[in-house]
Design a protein around this ligand. Structure first.
Ligand code: PDD
Length: 281
């Protein structure tokens, strides 16, 4: 695989980052995941805009401009022959000589940028989308700026492991009795035809897929309510699903052992997945 590191395209085993990089030492960095279908980037503009926002919120200098960024994405997709898969992009606050909590001067320590691809043949035809996934609920103990897409992913990883241990696929996180989001996706329920998903704020990531799916839902005359909901409300819903760049629209058929609807992917989730795949290709 060919990867991109700080201006160079290299075989992955030749790519290097300093052990002092603040991304490594302090999780001081941001990232984006852009999916690829039919060799084309999905929603790149949205991911680029969110990257700029994350960088601004953290006073982190982006080492490339948006034209270069799309060029690097396209080149990696081409060099690695990706038809279905994703491009991972990470920007960290570079390598200071000494470990220090204060940010280094960006003129002295440039940010590091790394991109790589992951090939995932069959991504659009995912078998999980046909059966739906099962989730458990866990307490959301992440920091208070989940709107920034940082590489600080330890708790979401622990959540995934808790789900695995419970014999299910993923976890929905709950704060003050309300669902925030999934470990790496936005969470939705459907009740009497209305799609309900948490409103944006510091508590969740503003998913690029969420934005597209809500737009497609409204265009298809479906009703959308952006508000928080409880696990009890979710258990009582007709349908549930999650969205992300890596799963598109993924039906959820069980929450904390309670079957949702018929226990199979519901019509709204199925239709939204179809529309999403069709419209974004
Ligand atoms: N995760 N919420 C969280 C906490 C996420 O990590 C993600 C994405 C989303 C959905 O955002 P989007 O639709 O822009 O992918 C919501 C990516 C895919 C990941 O970490 O792999």
């Amino acid at each position: 695989r060919t990867v991109y590191v700080n201006g160079e395209y290299l075989p992955e085993n030749e790519a290097k980052i300093s052990i002092f990089d603040r991304g490594f030492l302090m999780a001081d960095g941001i990232y984006e995941v852009t999916s690829v279908l039919d060799g084309k980037l999905i929603d790149f503009a949205g991911h680029a805009a969110r990257l700029e926002r994350s960088a601004n919120e953290l006073d982190l200098a982006l080492p490339v401009d948006m034209d270069e960024l799309i060029e690097i994405h396209r080149k990696l997709v081409e060099l690695n022959g990706i038809e279905e898969g994703m491009v991972y992009l990470q920007v960290t606050r570079g390598a200071p000589a000494d470990r220090d909590f204060a940010f280094p001067d960006p003129d002295e320590v440039p940010s590091s940028i790394v991109l790589f691809t992951q090939n995932k043949p069959g991504l659009a035809e995912s078998p999980a989308a046909k059966t739906g996934i099962k989730v458990i609920s866990i307490e959301d103990v992440r920091w208070g700026r989940r709107d920034i897409k940082t590489v600080q992913l330890l708790y979401p990883s622990m959540g995934k492991m808790m789900a695995k241990k419970a014999g299910v696929d993923d976890a929905w996180m709950v704060e003050e009795g309300k669902v925030t989001e999934g470990t790496s996706n936005n969470a939705y329920i459907v009740k009497n035809g209305t799609i309900i998903t948490r409103h944006l704020g510091n508590e969740i990531l503003a998913g690029i897929t969420r934005n597209a799916v809500l737009r497609f839902a409204q265009e298809a005359q479906m009703k959308v309510e952006e508000r928080s909901f409880t696990i009890d409300e979710a258990k009582d819903a007709d349908e549930a699903f999650v969205t992300s760049a890596s799963t598109f629209v993924m039906p959820v058929v069980e929450i904390d052992g309670a079957q949702i609807g018929e226990g199979t992917p519901g019509p709204v989730a199925k239709r939204l997945r179809e529309i999403y795949l069709e419209e974004s290709r």
